[in-house]
Design a binder for this molecule. Structure first.
Ligand code: B12
Length: 331
């Protein structure tokens, strides 16, 4: 059996990691072909013990713990000194490996290498991720647009926009961004993942008309801001609550944003800025004053809250943005 695949309950559904069996010392020792005392020594000396605590019970090994121990076992069999093998095993991300996982394998020098080879590997570091997150990460890294779209669509149908955004999409987006920051690679992955995600979120948003008799809700990116996914997440989240919106998309010029507010007199205007360079408070200062007034809400790490005009409210996250828009609509 492939050493990296012995851990049980791997890929597939979002809940498989939590459903996977937790193993006793004796069971793991049997699997690895080592004495239970060896496992206890590895736990005490190198910190390669079980990571889960159950009140009133013995500690159990998770599939990710077992995967680390497999690495430890393989490297020691290859002649690597135990302390060095443990260092490599501990450096592995604590990801539950699945049957089709592309989990990195450490070489003898301890460098992590992709199963499929190639510089930088083709895996994302997704520590502690569940099956849905890993599956999406794999599909994105494989540039498999059909699979990415299908996975996002299924997840939204199963668990809703908020859960999908926070617990499935964001971890993968953050990991893709971190990989780019570390290696300079993967902009094509960012594009594909963003495009497929936007397709699904827009399907949801576009199916819901505006509330009759209410002033509109307008969502826009700040000028020159090309990160637009949070806008689509907000639009889809509002759609789930029966609120249709007008989304103006990425990089809207300041004059066009002013024109849109003047022409529509929205109940709420949401402006996203991902990068500090696109968060110019003067753009918000210059917004026309409507009657009744428009609730101006901003979101994203670009904005510096202490530099914003007084009429502007900052949304910390997606649920908060939904709440602020709801409030502006008098819901
Ligand atoms: C997808 C993506 C892209 C796509 C965007 C496509 C699209 N249609 O949106 C493309 C390829 C165009 C792109 C381009 C660039 N990108 Co980019 N990108 C990303 C990525 C992977 C996800 C962006 C995203 O949607 N973030 C939203 C969520 C996932 O972020 P979060 O941190 O979890 O969210 C926090 C808050 O924002 C808030 N929140 C989360 N969701 C929501 C929703 C709402 C409604 C609200 C109110 C709040 C909220 O809660 C969280 C906790 O604070 C990020 C990685 C990252 N960590 O964000 C990089 C990232 C933002 N990009 C980065 C960079 C540098 C760039 C480029 C300059 C270079 C490049 N990589 O190509 C260009 C610049 C483009 C431009 N001028 O705007 C850096 C920014 C670093 C920095 N702080 O300055 C990041 C962080 C990658 C990294 N780790 O370095 N990017």
């Amino acid at each position: 059996m492939d050493e990296q695949r012995i851990a049980e309950g791997g890929g597939g559904s979002s809940s498989d990691a939590s459903l996977a069996p937790r193993l006793t010392v004796a069971a793991v020792a049997h699997r690895l072909g080592v004495a239970p005392a060896t496992l206890r020594t590895w736990a005490r000396r190198y910190g390669l013990g079980p990571s889960e605590h159950e009140a009133g019970a013995h500690r159990r090994y998770t599939p990710a713990d077992v995967a680390r121990l497999q690495t430890m076992r393989r490297l020691t069999l290859e002649g690597v000194a135990p302390a060095e093998a443990a260092r490599v095993a501990l450096a592995l991300p604590l990801v539950e490996p699945g049957p089709s996982d592309d989990a990195p394998l450490p070489d003898r020098e301890g460098r992590l290498r992709s199963r499929r080879g190639g510089p930088g590997g083709r895996v994302l570091a997704l520590p502690g991720a569940d099956g849905a997150v890993r599956g999406l990460g794999r599909a994105a890294m494989a540039l498999d647009a059909h699979a990415v779209t299908a996975l996002v669509r299924e997840e939204v149908a199963r668990s809703g926009v908020l859960h999908t955004w926070d617990h499935v999409l964001r971890p993968v987006l953050v990991a893709v961004g971190a990989r780019w920051a570390a290696t300079g690679e993967g902009v094509e992955v960012e594009h594909l993942l963003s495009d497929c995600t936007a397709v699904v979120l827009r399907e949801i948003a576009s199916a819901v008309p505006e509330l009759p008799g209410r002033r509109p809700v307008v969502l826009s990116c700040a000028p020159e801001e090309h990160h637009a996914l949070p806008l689509h997440a907000l639009a889809a989240g509002l759609a789930e609550r029966g609120v249709g919106v007008r989304t103006l998309g990425p990089a809207l010029p300041a004059a066009a944003l002013q024109a849109a507010v003047r022409r529509t007199g929205p109940a709420a205007l949401f402006v996203w800025s991902q990068l500090p360079g696109t968060a110019d408070p003067a753009v918000l200062e210059a917004l026309p004053v409507t009657r009744p007034p428009t609730a101006v809400v901003v979101g994203g790490p670009g904005w510096a809250p202490d530099r914003l005009p007084r009429r502007v409210t900052v949304a910390a996250d997606l649920p908060h943005a939904l709440e602020l828009v709801d409030r502006a609509l008098g819901a």
